[in-house]
Write a protein that binds this ligand. Sequence first.
Ligand code: ATP
Length: 692
Amino acid sequence: MNTQYYASHNGQQHQGQSWSSYSQQQPGNVAAGGFYNGGFGQNGSPSNGYAIQQSMVPTGMGQMVPSQQAGYIPPYFSAPQQFQLGYSENFDNFDENGSNGYNYSDSGNGYNNNGGETNGWGGAGAEYTENNLFHRTNSGINFDKYENIPVEVSGDSVPAAIENFSDAGFGPAVMENVTRSGYTKPTPVQKHSIPTLLFNRDLMSCAQTGSGKTAAFLLPIIQHIMAGGPDMIKTVSSATNIFGFKVILQPTFNNGRRTYYPSALVLSPTRELAIQIHKEAAKFSYKTNLQTAILYGGRENYRDQVNRLRSGVHILIATPGRLIDIIEQGFIGLSGCRYLVLDEADRMLDMGFEPQIRKIVGQGMPPKTARTTAMFSATFPKEIQLLAKDFLKENYVFLAVGRVGSTSENIEQRLLWVNEMEKRQNLMDILMNEDATNLVLVFVETKRGANELAYFLNRQQIRSVSIHGDLKQIERERNLEMFRSGQFPILVATAVAARGLDIPNVRHVVNYDLPGDSDEYVHRIGRTGRCGNLGIATSFFNDKNRGIGRDLKTLIMEANQEVPEWLHQVAAEGRIGGGQRGGNRRFGATDYRRGNGGGSFGGNFNSYNSGAASAGFGGGSGFGGSFGGQQRRPFTNGGFGAHSSLSSTSNGGFGGPRRGGFNNGMNRQNGGNFYSNGSQQAPIDHWQAPRA
Ligand SMILES: Nc1ncnc2c1ncn2[C@@H]1O[C@H](COP(=O)(O)OP(=O)(O)OP(=O)(O)O)[C@@H](O)[C@H]1O
């Protein structure tokens, strides 16, 4: 068998190189585990070997850490280790049922996206180069409009927001990496989250998709670890963390196994998102001695990931199942973990993951009083917020940029009534009209559906790949990378790709099958219209989707977009709070501490839409609707209890003083939501009015 190396090549330029020629590379030149993008031209042969060449030279190895840590070199960084993992696996029957597009490369040019950059899969062992870490900034024309989104912050003594990255007090290395990333100005979620975490306050942070949440937690954590210097590695006998809790960070030997103690743990619900966060962590810690590692599921990469730990780990990014496994194997200990981040936190705490999160937190991690815990998502239903407080210190800061669970106005939402039998044709019509350079992400409900649709598209000469949970991990990563590179511009995905993925050229998301849940919808369409760029989301709606109709109408109106006539009808027929999970508790899910309403939708969207008012978003209780009819801009007056009390004539409604939540808020039924008086509600510590 002709062994071929999928690996990132150490910074050399190999534009357009074919797979077979790349296979001539000597292993010694190859750096760890990424995916060299000159390949795949030889596609499709089941006998293609797969081998990962490991070279354990951690990023920044041997470089001094910047000023705060002058003179400090963590002991386990002292010498680069070189070894070869020797892992190899056959791609037998790679294309399980002919639908993944892997065999489809009609050009023979192979998988080669952009002239020599190593876009690697980024999984464990990936060796990033400056080129592939720091792309041009991809912020779009609406980036500055983020400033206009209203911000709600609540909690005691909330640290003041920063205006510029330079206000954060980052050390020079972190600051340089911010600059290298092309970030000139923090987004609102960054302005508030960064100082909050720098002050070691626990945080529940909610901001729209694509608005920069990843940097909002990574930058302060990296800064903390950099600034912590030698204290960050003292052993349990001598070190206490800032909360007075004993910590351990140096590797120890247990039963012949070396156990590593990360300072920070970031948990992600999906493997691909973990890979992405890991790459971001490598980016922001570039040219420092800070070590990042990743643990995520998939049989193929187990050894690779464990071996990678040998270079030490300050920040560990992981999916829960694999992390538990590795903890049980004794390779990771959490007693030194002072920073815990749940990205996509509402997903991490829903029924699927919650037991695993509890297990992880219970595995020797410092108690919540002795660590900083942060949760980030674009959606945060009230019951999940209630659950979340088990993991957060009582005085955590709650941040909402825009209404929790709202969609970005950068996404043009289109809803088409399409019967099941007509979906393929409608999709074809959309794709035919799409610019060839645009990437299109198509969501379907089932794994089989993903395979079948990708197969169908390929038969129609539309190059597409799929991603779903039945693929091998290596196939998932490869397909995603082929999509990202533009080689296969259509990705047919199940929910596995719904959250977090940041792929710059995705201009169109198609909900071929709508989800049953509006939060899922918000995340899915959020794969486009990111970072101030514009995007389109088209959803096929038919009788099967009636349950989500009302929620969709709300979301579309809230984004100031046109609602199809038939949707008004569907929404009027639909029960309040449609959707599979029942109870429309996500609308109005602001900081639940500020209200205890019933959570159903109580808003008067007619007036909201009419521009008579905007206000709105009642406490823990549901979308409060429009009151007092002032301006069109949400929150400007009525939002979150400010002004406009009692002026609502109908549904929902609240109001109350600008500070203090909804104490005096009007309560009306219709949506079934009552705002209790605010006696036990936390005050709003500072309210930031939107800028004109
Ligand atoms: N301050 C900034 N300036 C320019 N670009 C930024 C800035 N902050 C983040 N970005 C870019 O914006 C994009 C989206 O960021 P990110 O993936 O962190 O969004 P998110 O809020 O986590 O989205 P999601 O809710 O989908 O997970 C990324 O490409 C990131 O590099």
